[in-house]
Design a protein around this ligand. Sequence first.
Ligand code: DQA
Length: 146
Amino acid sequence: MKKILIINGPNINLLGLREPEIYGARSYADLLAFIGEAAAEAGVEAHCFQSNSEGAIVDEIQQAYGRFDGIVINPAAYTHTSVAIPDALKAVGVPAVEVHLSDISKREAYRQVSYTSEACVATVAGKGFEGYREALETLLAERNER
Ligand code: DQA
């Protein structure tokens, strides 16, 4: 069975509380349950990780080398600031898909730049929780093409 690492960055643990008009009313626990169901349907083993720290996210990506077949990552605010995160993704070479709950292409100018995307095979944005399912499916299709 394929093993997929799902990484969520800063403040994703506050889903439901944080700006519900943008990110929705459902909690991070709800997101974990959603991903669990989507992974079961897709027939993959998903391991979820969330951190508010850039270094912890880099460590997690490094540890994915040789252990995971793919990564789904919502780097949250680090999308727009971190060079270390895409560097880590490129270093380990594990195929990754970037996800955003909101449509970052239609928000503030500073959110329209993603440093992460150049290290990912695809980006899914503006589809809420469903984006994580789409990212999983994209990753599986990508793996099958190889
Ligand atoms: C986000 C978009 C980012 O700009 C923001 O900083 C987040 C969440 C999203 O999922 O829509 O924290 O990645």
